[in-house]
Each structure stands twice: as C-alpha cells, then as structure tokens.
Design a protein around this ligand. Structure first.
Ligand code: NAP
Length: 470
C-alpha cells in the first residue's frame, strides 16, 4: 500500500528516477499475504482508500480482503506504476556509502539511490508460538497469514489458537463449514458490535456519477473516527472510552446466553487496551453447538491435537495459528547500515524507534512509511502513509534544490521525541493493564501516543531545527 503510494506520489512530484523493489511476485502487502477465510478490514472502506483514488465499487461499509487487494492492483495499474515494480527483488542490505545508498538484493543484483523509502509494513513477519510439540502435529498446521488453501476444512475438526482480530474473523467464517471448531483462548477480547451493510447498486451508481460524494463520506468518516475513537485512545480517562467499554460489556451481556461461557469470554481489562475487535457475528459463532471455547491453557501439541493443562486432548484434523506478528521487525531482517558504518541492529538494540516515525539519526536520506512510533492502531494506515509521504517530500526538497546533500533527524530531536512519547504513552488506554502487540519489551506502548490531529499537524511541515542537513 505505501510502496504504491510512494511510486504514484514521486512521479506526481516530478521525481521519475526511482525503482520499487518487491520481494514477492505480486503487489499488495498485507492483503496479498492474508487470505484467511473472513478477512476484512475494520476501517470503513471509503476511509481505507487513497484520498486520490476513491472507489465507487466497494461492496460493503467494511471491505473484504480480496476486494482491497483488487483495489490496490487496480490503482497501481491505472496510475501506471505496476509496471515499474521489480518483483522477486528481496533487499537484503542497504548501506550509506560515500553519500549514497547501496542496495543489495537476495538474487545478487544491486542498486544505488540518493534516497531510500522503507515501505516494508508493520504486521509482516508471522509470530509462531513457542508451544512444545508444535512440529509433532500430524495434520496440516499453518499461520493465519500463510493460509493453506489446499487444505479442505469442510467437515473437519479444526483448532484455532489465538483470539485477536484475525482469529475472530476466521472463527466466524469457518463455523458453518467445519465439523468442530476449538478456539484456544489465552486472553479474552472485548468485541465491539459493528454493522456491515452492503452498498446498494443505486448507491454505487451515485458514487460513479458524483465521485465527490465519496470524498464527503471519507471526510465525514475520518472526522467521526478521529473524534469518536482514535483521539480518545490516548486518554484512558476519556468518557468516550468509557462509552466504548460500556458498549462492549452490553454486547457481551446481551449476546452470550450461557453464564459460564459469558464469564469465560469476559476480559479482565478495559476495552481498547488491546486492539478493539469489531465483529457482529463472533458471539453468534462461538455459541454454535459445533464450537468449543477452550480456556484451560495449552500444555503442549501432540501428533493428534492439542493437550490442555487439565490433561484433556483436543483431537484435531487441522490447526490454525492466529498468533499475530513480530511487530518489532519493520524493514528487518534487511541489514541497514548508516553513516560511518552505524548498524541499525545496534541503534535499535533496545527496540525500534524513529523520530516522528520517519527518520533515524545517522541514517540520512532514509525514511520510513508506517515506521515505529507512528499512529498504528489508531487510524487508517493509508491516511497515515499519505501524510507521512507529504512530509518526506518536504525532506527531499532541500536536497533536490541543492541546499544540502543529506537530511536526517538530529540525535537531540530523536531523543527528545522518544522521551516525550514514552511519557505521553503512560496515560494511553494501551498502558491501562493488558498485554498486547502495542507494547514493547518493557511494556511501553510503541504507537503514537498523541491525537491524530497532532500527527496531522506534525506532518504538515517539518521542524527545521530538528533536522540535520549536511
Ligand atoms: P494478535 O492481535 O497479535 O493476536 C494474537 C493472538 O494469539 C492473541 O490472542 C494471543 O493471545 C494469541 N497467542 C499468541 N501466542 C500464543 C500462545 N503461545 N499460546 C496461546 N495463544 C497465543 O494478532 P492478529 O489477530 O493477527 O491481529 C494483529 C493485528 O492485525 C490486529 O491487532 C489488527 O491491527 C490487524 N488486523 C486487523 C484486522 C481487521 O482489520 N479486521 C484483521 C486482522 C488483523 P494473548 O492475547 O494472550 O497474547
């Protein structure tokens, strides 16, 4: 998503001399790699679109994954950037040498550039659980982001480990098809009920005829999303978060009939501390007679199933690991070497960070889209990337005009930003008493801890005093 954006925007800015490297054989990132049953986006479709490419064809308020993948392919084609992407080019090393970035690919080819934009994604590398015996399971076992479509699940006994957004969508999608579904829950999740109406043919015809309607929907949804949700995540004491919590409690109380099941599904932390799950069918799915919620804890995996701590063996034909992602990777495992041989691994040894989520000191002319400390989890990552890209263009400009050759954040600015965001993170909902992928190894939320409006403001114009220009 952000690589396609970069290519389109670079061209628009008259910067035609660029290469786009993609390790896979197809574009699409998240939506190429996640093809599990039920996959959909929980950001409304007209907001989860590029601002410059509204899509009158969205079928629902929240789009299914395949539609989003087709949208990206279509946008790239219509803007003529699909043919510019070099596929099968996995970048293994980027090193800043003699004022330029030297790029090495896994296939032995090389490249060179004045600027590098890392559009490498966040939820990218699957996290496999360290459960004893995982490799002894005799049936098919695969991660939610590596769905094996050759495995027929109809009429089978299927286990799903995990209760994040991926697992919840998978359970709801599989329940009618499988013979038995066992959901292995380590931590319960709050579920926010959301309706997902289809757009009617008349509505779509209206969008086609008057595209400005989609612009208005985008602006309205963006404002509602910001004012009603994302701006409040950073203030755990806000009444809006309490209202969201109350709505989740009411959803649980009203939807789950069996008191025992209801209590096992009740989280012990506040709603939105973990990524809030949007679903209008999970509670229905989990109450089906062929579905079991397993909360006893996994002891180990054996050849025929999952053994829980109460000694019970849950026999399974197939196992789905909906166990999330290694969120501290960003552009790694790529080896990135900055000025004077500074290794990214060394600079990030305590965890990834970036000034305004974009620049790392001593890594001049290297900028990230959706890098560490950005507003991931708060908003549409497309909007985030668009704002970041307009900021990055402003960093490129002084080099382009000949005012300097290298631009990066100063160490002072990066350290100040890091200290301020750690301090601000203390009052966010993410630090209100749960574990989640939003937290770093020390339990500090990694995401942008201020409002989205502040992010928008910061991205509008670089603070020159925070930048080192050589
Ligand atoms: P996730 O939110 O990180 O959830 C991983 C799940 O696996 C958690 O329930 C976790 O339990 C469980 N788990 C991990 N290791 C385990 C182990 N060893 N034993 C038992 N359980 C284990 O991952 P995800 O569901 O793939 O979602 C990641 C993010 O992707 C979401 O937060 C969201 O930002 C995005 N996403 C969005 C959508 C959407 O738009 N609708 C859909 C899918 C994903 P604990 O909670 O106990 O750690």
């Amino acid at each position: 998503m952000s690589g396609i954006l970069s290519a389109i925007k670079l061209r628009e800015a008259g910067l035609d001399d660029f290469a786009v490297y993609e390790k896979a054989d197809r574009l699409g990132g998240t939506w190429r790699e996640n093809t599990y049953p039920g996959i959909a986006c929980d950001v409304p479709s007209h907001l989860y679109s590029y601002s410059f490419a509204p899509n009158p064809e969205w079928s629902h308020r929240f789009s299914p994954g395949a539609e989003i993948q087709a949208y990206f392919e279509d946008v790239a084609r219509r803007h003529g950037v699909d043919s510019l992407i070099q596929y099968g080019k996995e970048v293994t090393r980027c090193a800043f040498e003699n004022g330029r970035w030297k790029i090495q690919m896994a296939d032995g080819s090389t490249g060179a550039a004045d600027f590098v934009i890392a559009a490498t994604g966040v939820l990218h590398h699957p996290a496999y659980p360290a459960i004893e015996g995982l490799d002894t399971f005799e049936g098919p076992a695969f991660h939610s982001a590596r769905w094996n479509h050759h495995v027929p699940l109809a009429g089978k006994r299927v286990g799903v480990i995990g209760t994040g957004s991926s697992a919840i969508q998978i359970v709801s999608a599989l329940v009618d098809e499988v013979a038995e579904l066992s959901l292995f829950q380590r931590t319960a999740q709050w579920i926010m009920p959301v309706e997902n109406p289809a757009y009617s043919d008349e509505e779509k015809a209206g969008f086609r005829k008057h595209p400005e309607i989609m612009g208005r929907i985008r602006a309205a949804v963006s404002r509602a999303f910001t004012d009603g949700f994302s701006n409040h995540l950073v203030d755990a004491s806000s009444p809006q978060l309490q209202a969201i919590h109350d709505a989740c409690v009411a959803n649980l109380e009203n939807s789950v009939k069996d008191p025992d099941l209801r209590e096992r599904l009740r989280p012990s932390y506040r709603a939105a501390c973990k990524r809030l799950i949007m679903s209008d069918d999970f509670y229905d799915a989990i109450q089906r007679p062929n579905v079991k919620l397993v909360t006893e804890g996994i002891e180990r995996i054996e050849k025929s199933g999952v053994r829980t701590r109460d000694g019970h063996l849950h026999e399974l034909d197939a196992l789905v690991l909906a166990t999330g992602f290694r969120v501290d990777r960003f552009m790694r495992p790529m080896e990135v070497v900055g000025r004077n041989g500074t290794a990214l691994e060394e600079v990030w040894k305590e965890g990834p960070f970036a000034y305004l989520a974009i620049s790392i000191p001593d890594f001049p002319n290297l900028f990230m889209l959706n890098g560490p400390n950005g507003p991931v989890g708060n908003f549409s990552l497309i909007d985030v990337a668009e704002l970041q890209f307009s900021y990055i263009l402003q960093l490129i400009e002084p080099v382009r005009s000949g005012a300097c050759r290298e631009v990066s954040a100063t160490w002072a600015a990066a350290e100040r930003f890091d200290a301020e965001r750690r301090e601000a993170a203390r009052t966010t909902i993410w630090q209100s008493g749960c574990k989640s992928w939003y937290l770093d190894a020390k339990g500090v939320p990694m995401a942008w801890p201020w409002t989205f409006d502040r992010f928008r403001e910061e991205m509008s114009r670089p603070r020159l005093s925070d930048l080192e220009m050589r």
